[in-house]
Design a protein around this ligand. Structure first.
Ligand code: MG
Length: 316
């Protein structure tokens, strides 16, 4: 199975000038862009953990998995203000129907790669008795010293976010729109002290940024842009979590959270480069942890909510 699948894949991949040696050799050779740093990130999706294949509610197609696997990696590049360049893909296909699943998976991967001008530089394919597992390693570039990091937020910074939050599991999580272009447009014109993308939950990922920076972050809940999906999810589950709780904790929004000087934040909001929807939702103060601003302006502790991977305890 593997050889015919790889032959199909090699024929399917577009040629790209960034590759001195294209896929098909023992390794690919990339021509790195001059005067830029290389940014590398990886993310793995596994059937049964991150998605369920099939038809019906809560299930998805291999093409969706491919799109998402590429997009979540590009979102991590966006969080570093890096320009996407290339990706390598390692995939383990189920033995049953694996070739058809693999083809559909790669059509999804290539759809997003093409949209963001990413060249598929190579990868590895296996088959086994288990479910579909796909790991994408994305490679980007950024001018020296210009990558956004999590650890640079300072007291007095404003917190600015792109897009809207909550309810992504209604379906939006399968086709995330990584904020690569928006990040680069912002990085070119505005000072950003720290950044993170929201994969596990707005409050949880903001708390991670604050902890990495050694500061506290606060949110004004009424300023958080809530996605329509969060209202729909709340309406479908009376007595369940409220729309703002979903916006703060659902995750898989793949939007950006930026900590930046307050005056620069005002200029950014007024400029809205690339037409991106932006909102100022809070700020940074000395201290630690996550807080919410009460209507009287005082700060109260806000528990960070979101998705955490669990490890089962092993005996011994
Ligand atoms: Mg991330």
């Amino acid at each position: 199975m593997e050889d015919t699948f790889v032959d199909w894949l090699l024929a399917r991949l577009p040629t790209d000038g960034r590759l001195e040696v294209p896929p098909g050799d023992d390794a690919a050779v990339l021509r790195p862009p001059a005067m830029r740093r290389t940014v590398v990130t990886t993310d793995m999706l596994a059937e049964g953990v991150d998605f369920l294949l099939g038809d019906g509610p809560g299930r998805c197609r291999p093409r969706d998995v491919g799109r998402k696997a590429m997009a979540v990696n590009l979102s991590d590049l966006a969080a570093m203000a890096a320009r996407p360049e290339a990706a390598v893909v390692a995939v383990t296909l189920p033995r049953d129907d694996g070739e058809a699943i693999g083809r559909e998976l790669f059509e999804g991967l290539l759809e997003v790669a093409t949209a963001f001008d990413v060249t598929l530089a190579g990868g590895d394919t296996n088959a086994w008795e288990g479910g579909l597992v796909v790991s994408v390693t994305a490679i980007g570039s950024v001018p020296p010293g210009r990558a956004w990091r999590r650890d640079g937020a300072r007291p007095g910074d404003a917190i600015v976010v792109t897009g809207r939050f909550g309810g992504s599991l209604l379906g939006r999580h399968l086709s995330p729109r990584p904020r690569c272009r928006e990040a680069i447009a912002i990085a070119e014109r505005f000072p950003v002290h720290a950044a993170i993308d929201v994969s596990d939950g707005l409050s949880l990922d903001l708390a991670r940024l604050a902890r990495a920076s050694g500061v506290a972050a606060w949110i004004a809940p009424e300023e958080v842009p809530i996605h329509d999906d969060a209202f729909r999810a709340a309406a479908a589950e009376p007595g369940g979590r409220t729309p703002i709780e979903r916006a703060l904790g659902d995750g898989e929004d793949f939007e950006l959270v930026l900590a930046m000087p307050a005056d620069a934040a005002e200029e950014l909001l007024a400029a809205a480069p690339d037409g991106v929807e932006l909102a100022k939702i809070g700020g940074i103060v000395a201290g630690e942890g996550l807080k919410q601003q009460r209507p009287d302006g005082s700060l109260a502790t806000l528990p960070a909510t979101g998705f955490l991977h669990r490890f089962d305890e092993e005996a011994g």
